[in-house]
Ligand binder design. Structure first.
Ligand SMILES: NC(=O)C1=CN([C@@H]2O[C@H](COP(=O)(O)OP(=O)(O)OC[C@H]3O[C@@H](n4cnc5c(N)ncnc54)[C@H](OP(=O)(O)O)[C@@H]3O)[C@@H](O)[C@H]2O)C=CC1
Ligand SMILES: O=C(O)[C@@H]1CCC=N1
Length: 271
């Protein structure tokens, strides 16, 4: 496949993760444009990636085959207005949480819109992105989106746009839940007399090993958990304590809260 010209609106964390992957996979930096109003960030993007970073939208956006929306949902309307005159013919790919494709269509005049919900392990090529395409999106458009996101990790198409709010709650925000868990494990290590560094090493190796085991095993996470849990042993004591504290229910409530917030963002910032 030939390398498309891609314009990013917003050059922050998520855009940088995707740009880094694209460059590693052979995308020429001359075919990347980023609109980023914050000067120090523009300087960084130019230094790190050797691409063109604009302070504001201009006619050069008209040459982009793919427009990637990577601003905070709260700033979408403000960011979209100056881009709209140039971008209607391009395929739109948004990574913004909550902002619905109807809103993108209204703001840009474009018909072909894909929404993606990536996550930060994209930075090391181990992300997973949920994807939703409006009916106007062609198979070639979908292939282009997959090509652009491939260096960041896996992709998973969903049939209904509303499913993206659930994807956001699960895998978009999910890395933060995991880091929160690791932080708590590390705090426990120190409380139990280990050093913070020992706690970090033990917690991260355990989580990475458990995740790899769960991925490679044909057994369910529940069965794998049971295999760790000796009758009357230490794991049983810990899991009983978690059950008494309602940890599983608390996680379910937290994920629902994230889904609800994604819906609210769509309502608040929808056109
Ligand atoms: N971080 C994550 O884990 C994930 C984030 N997302 C989504 O990705 C999007 C971006 O998030 P993230 O990269 O973390 O955020 P960042 O704040 O790192 O990046 C957004 C960038 O957009 C810039 N910006 C602000 N206004 C404009 C404008 N008018 N035109 C162009 N650029 C502008 C910001 O500049 P300034 O700093 O000056 O405001 C900032 O550099 C969000 O919509 C979020 O929902 C999706 C999945 C995961
Ligand atoms: O917290 C957020 O709103 C964004 C979307 C998913 C991860 N970060």
């Amino acid at each position: 496949m030939t390398q498309p010209t891609i314009a990013f609106i917003g050059g922050g964390n998520m855009a940088s993760a995707i740009i880094g992957g694209l460059l590693k996979s052979g995308q020429p930096p001359e075919r990347l444009i980023v609109v980023e109003p914050y000067e120090p960030q523009r300087v960084k993007l130019q230094a790190d990636f050797g691409l063109t970073a604009l302070a504001a939208a201009d006619a050069s956006l008209g040459g982009a085959e793919l427009l990637m929306w990577a601003v905070k949902p709260q700033l979408f309307a403000e960011a979209a207005a100056p881009c709209a005159p140039y971008v209607a013919q391009a395929l739109q790919l948004s990574v913004m949480a909550g902002i619905r494709s109807d809103t993108l269509v209204r703001a840009t005049g474009a018909a072909r819109v894909v929404r993606a919900m990536p996550n930060t392990p994209a930075l090391i090529g181990q992300g997973i992105a949920g994807l939703y395409a409006r009916p106007e999106v062609t198979p070639a458009d979908k292939a282009l989106v997959e090509q652009v996101l491939a260096p960041t990790g896996q992709t998973l198409w969903v049939a209904r746009e509303t499913d993206l709010d659930a994807v956001t709650a699960l895998s978009g925000s999910g890395p933060a839940y995991f880091f929160y868990f690791v932080e708590a494990m590390m705090d426990s290590a120190v409380e139990l007399g280990l050093s913070a560094e020992q706690g970090r090493q033990l917690a991260l190796a355990t989580c990475a090993g458990a995740a790899a085991l769960a991925q490679q095993s044909s057994e369910s996470p529940a069965t794998l958990r049971e295999r760790v849990t000796s009758k009357g042993g230490t794991t049983y004591a810990a899991l009983s304590s978690m059950q008494a504290d309602g940890v599983a229910q608390a996680i379910q409530r937290a994920v629902k809260a994230a889904q609800q917030r994604a819906r609210e963002l769509g309502d608040e910032f929808g056109a």
